[in-house]
Design a protein around this ligand. Structure first.
Ligand code: ADP
Ligand code: MG
Length: 511
């Protein structure tokens, strides 16, 4: 795999980006206490004495959080440290009752590794510095308290894996693609629910600019970006801001900034929140309340043995076993649910390329429009397989299939609503039922493909009789006129005529 290609310059500057990503680990309880991590509970109902930092309480490590960190480390080809250390990161803030956050500093649990992805045909590889376990802070609530600030400690102690990249990215698009790939991976592994609105996956973007060949410039860090769109927009804003400043003779000062997407008439703005602390400002030291985290070799071995097939390996297998183009293989492995859908539908109709086409086309379009996930698709994999079967065996044209599909998506009253959920009935029976359902719609809408030669010949004769002009144009060498004739035949039959046969007959008749 080739690595990052030479980057495009922006106003003569090269951009350098490194991301720090907080992935909330999907454990039921917190990292050092037994409180629930469930989102959305009434304030402070999920804060135990440990989370409240009451005197005399001690943290106890959550084994599930460590297991997830190991899974991540193995999935990105990192070293999983068998011996790592928890440290106190000291700072004062109302939502941090202990006055320090338990994190890992000098010796994190995951060291190195890389995230690989494609942009177009170009392979990119972003190296990871580390990933460490830490606890989340609570939340300050500024609304609803009449000039006062409320503190909700439900989130305090929620387990986080902070994943730090090397400054390997050279454009905002690359940063967004890195974040998407990382997001897809942690969701795939099941170690994070990936819910960005609820803050389960959020990025800090470190951005600097430099003239080509110069050492890295001073960076500013944009905090808490919780959508890929904002991530990209914020970086773009920041790049322009830094270049403007330097071009005006100024110097970038290390700082922490916040992105406001609505400022500047919707163009967005990155505004300094505070000058950036350096590591020494946090007075890190090993947490005396927690022993070193020791991970036995056989624990790592077991996690490795149980690791699921990873998205990239699966995409490669789909290319190999199903003959899918690379682009299609990536599209149908964008999530585990997509991959499962693809494999199930392909099993049902034996036409992998058509399944991929429908998934990337009609299905993805309708899912986006309805804001549904693939698991919520009204046309399940077995139903799609039935539809494709009827295209393959010549019962319907592609055109008619789209009409059947629309019908399947939004069943009208009195019709069969959704097939049984996969797995509830025998797979063979389900296939049969879905074929019946598709056949009923084809029948009811009169969409059966016309391939009876006599019937088609009459159609073509009629067509030619009323289209003297097109015939003339075609004979004069206008290819378009011919296509218009085929188009008319399809329209006149509501898409039922077999276009290949129509083409053949027309060619024959026009000589
Ligand atoms: P801190 O923990 O204080 O934020 P780190 O040195 O751990 O600082 O770096 C944090 C992130 O900043 C990393 O993702 C790293 O790749 C990135 N980074 C470091 N130097 C630069 C730079 N000059 N420009 C852009 N990003 C940088
Ligand atoms: Mg940082």
């Amino acid at each position: 795999m080739s690595t990052t290609t030479a980057s495009a310059l922006i106003r003569g500057y090269e951009v350098v980006i490194g991301l720090e990503t907080h992935a909330q680990l999907s454990t039921a309880s917190k990292i050092f206490s037994g409180s629930s991590t469930q989102f959305g509970a009434a304030p402070n109902t999920q804060a135990s004495p440990v989370d409240l930092a009451l005197p005399g309480t001690l943290p106890v490590m959550n084994r599930g959080a460590v297991e997830r960190a190991i899974q991540f480390g193995l999935a990105v080809g990192a070293k999983v440290a068998q011996h790592s250390i928890f440290a106190r990161k000291n700072y004062f803030y109302p939502d941090l009752p202990k006055g320090y956050q338990i994190s890992q500093y000098e010796t994190p649990v995951v060291q190195g590794g890389a995230i690989e992805f494609f942009i177009g045909d170009t392979a990119h590889k972003v190296r990871l510095t580390r990933a460490h376990l830490e606890e989340d802070a609570g939340k300050s609530l500024h609304e609803d308290y009449a000039g006062q600030t409320g503190i909700d400690l439900n989130r305090a102690g929620t387990p986080l894996l902070e994943i730090v990249s090397e400054p390997d990215m050279r454009s905002s698009a690359e940063a967004a693609e890195y974040a998407k790939t990382l997001h897809a991976l942690v969701v795939w592994l099941g170690i994070c629910d990936g819910n960005m609105q609820e803050g389960s996956f959020r990025c800090d973007a470190n951005v600097s600019v430099r003239k080509p060949g110069m050492p890295y410039g001073t960076r500013r860090e944009i905090k808490n970006l919780n959508s890929f769109k904002f991530l990209q927009q914020a970086i773009d804003c920041e790049i322009q801001w830094q270049i403007d400043l330097i071009e005006d003779g100024g110097e970038v000062q290390q700082a922490t900034v916040l992105f406001n997407p609505t400022a500047n008439g919707g163009r967005g703005e990155t505004r300094a929140m505070r000058t950036k602390e350096d590591a020494h400002d946090y007075r890190y030291f090993p947490d005396p309340d927690l022993p070193p985290l020791v991970i036995a070799a056989d624990w790592i071995e077991r996690v490795k043995a149980e690791l699921p097939e990873l998205p990239q390996a699966m995409a490669a297998r789909f290319q190999r076993d199903y003959g899918l183009p690379a682009y299609d293989a990536l599209a149908v492995t964008q999530s585990k649910a997509h991959a499962a859908y693809f494999e199930a539908a392909t099993k049902g109709c034996k036409a992998p390329k058509l399944v991929a086409n429908w998934m990337m086309g009609e299905i993805s379009r309708r899912l986006n429009a309805d804001e549904r996930t693939i698991e919520q698709s009204p046309v399940d994999s077995s139903t799609l397989a039935a539809l494709i079967t009827r295209i393959q065996d010549g019962t319907i044209t592609n055109n008619a299939a789209r009409q059947v599909f629309d019908h399947l998506w939004e069943p009208k009253e009195g019709e069969w609503v959704f097939g049984d959920q996969p797995g509830e009935v025998d797979a063979g029976l389900e296939t049969l039922r879905n074929l019946r359902r598709v056949d009923q719609i084809i029948e009811a809408k009169g969409l059966k493909q016309m391939s009876d030669t006599g019937e088609l010949e009459r159609l073509v004769d009629d067509l030619l009789a009323v289209n003297a002009k097109s015939i003339e144009e075609y004979r004069a060498g206008k290819e378009k006129a011919f296509n218009a004739l085929v188009g008319q035949a399809m329209k006149a039959t509501k898409g039922k005529a077999n276009p290949a046969q129509v083409t053949e007959l027309l060619k024959k008749k026009l000589g």
